[in-house]
Design a protein around this ligand. Structure first.
Ligand code: NAI
Ligand code: MG
Length: 363
């Protein structure tokens, strides 16, 4: 059956990286009968220039109707002074909110060919393959009250509120347990139950969800600060980590740096399964931004965007063999010593965006 993909390349290196994914999709349609139907829209600064909004209503409707959305990157100095509610990031926030993308998946994989260039010791990162599942639509970034209150005595008070309800913890832990079953079958839940009530509830609900539906998966609990330490000390002890919005933001950035460049890191954001069809709304994007410093020079690493598409094959379309093949092609090209500037090291072959995409496609 046809698979509707909406491409939102965005700004800066977003379109450059997306062009390489387009080549892979064209190959899959031509040679593997994959039946991807592509549509394209504007997001971020490019949408602001065209419509005066960070994403138009028409493109929002397309995103809601698509089977999956591939997102490049948004932003750049050109739009640093546009009004707050139409700034480039507002397009991404709107997509996350309207598509109800509550689960953010951030893998940290260390490709064998890059194990030497990590800032950590080779034996700590070699063969690393972990997945952080971060709650994305709740917690302290969204809880009320949220304000700067004038206390009237020359003092102000900044207030953010951490709020989690049972259903939010149930659904994010359900995603983590289900993903663990397709991997090494282990989940580590991280919170701060020692100092936070929301952490106590988080721990209780994850435990109850595990007992009710996922007792075949190994479950472990860890305080989030200790988890940060363990991520750096011996990350291979983890398989899937599930945590809240704030801790997940930080822990996933820490995990990212275990494996090297921003140009290597994919992500997925998933919504709840549709009650009728079982399919989930989903958006796939590289972790990096629009990299204005290298945009237009043809130097961007397209691997993060291509690996995001591999996640799309895996999680939206259950095309496991194709996802494995694409990821193996990325690893193979790295084994061959082919590198973009951001991951370049001595004795390797330096290429640009297009050559890297071509090499992966050839593999
Ligand atoms: P950035 O991720 O765009 O760049 C940080 C550094 O990493 C730069 O030196 C860049 O050249 C390098 N880099 C990033 N991706 C690369 C790739 N694929 N290949 C080679 N090198 C790469 O973050 P920065 O500089 O903080 O932000 C630039 C713009 O991007 C800002 O407008 C920011 O708001 C926006 N941004 C957008 C995001 C998104 O669309 N999801 C996420 C992060 C930032
Ligand atoms: Mg972050």
């Amino acid at each position: 059956a046809s698979k509707k993909l909406l491409l939102l390349p965005g700004d800066g290196i977003g379109p450059e990286a997306m062009a390489e994914v387009r080549k892979i999709i064209a190959y899959m349609n031509a040679e593997l009968d994959s039946e991807f139907v592509l549509d394209e829209g504007l997001v971020g600064g490019s949408a602001y220039d065209a419509h005066g909004a960070a994403i138009s209503e028409a493109d929002m409707a397309k995103a809601l109707a698509a089977d999956a959305v591939l997102f490049g990157a948004v932003g750049g100095p050109k739009w640093d002074r546009v009004p707050y509610d139409v700034r480039p990031e507002a397009g991404l926030l709107r997509l996350r909110k309207d598509m109800e993308l509550f689960a953010n998946l951030r893998p940290a994989i260390c490709y064998p060919a890059l194990a030497d260039s990590s800032s950590l010791k080779k034996d700590v990162v070699e063969g690393l393959d972990i997945l952080i599942v971060r709650e994305l639509t709740g917690g302290v970034y969204f809880g009320e009250p949220k304000e700067i209150r004038d206390l009237g005595n020359g003092q102000k008070r900044g207030i953010d509120t951490q709020v989690y309800d049972t259903y939010e913890i149930e659904r994010i832990s359900g995603v983590a347990f289900e993903l663990a079953r397709t991997r090494a079958n282990k989940v580590t839940s991280m919170e701060k139950r020692n100092v936070m009530k929301s952490g106590v509830l988080w721990n209780e609900v994850v435990t109850a969800t595990h007992k009710a539906k996922y007792s075949d998966v190994k479950l472990e609990h860890m305080l989030a600060d200790a988890g940060g330490m363990q991520l750096v000390r011996w990350p291979k002890q983890f398989d899937v980590i599930v945590t809240d919005n704030l801790f997940g933001d930080m822990l996933s950035d820490i995990a990212a740096m275990l494996t090297g460049s921003l140009g290597m890191l994919p992500s997925a954001s998933l919504g709840a399964p549709d009650a009728k069809t079982g399919s989930r709304k989903a958006l796939y994007e590289p972790v990096h931004g629009s990299a204005p410093d290298i945009a237009g020079t043809g130097a961007a690493n397209p691997i993060a965007m291509i690996a995001s598409f591999a996640m799309c094959l895996r999680y939206s379309f259950n095309m496991i063999a194709e996802a494995d093949r694409l990821e193996a092609a990325i690893a193979g090209v790295l084994d061959d010593g082919i590198r973009t500037g951001d991951i370049m090291s001595e004795g390797k072959i330096k290429v640009g965006t297009v050559e890297m995409g071509d090499a992966i496609l050839a593999k």
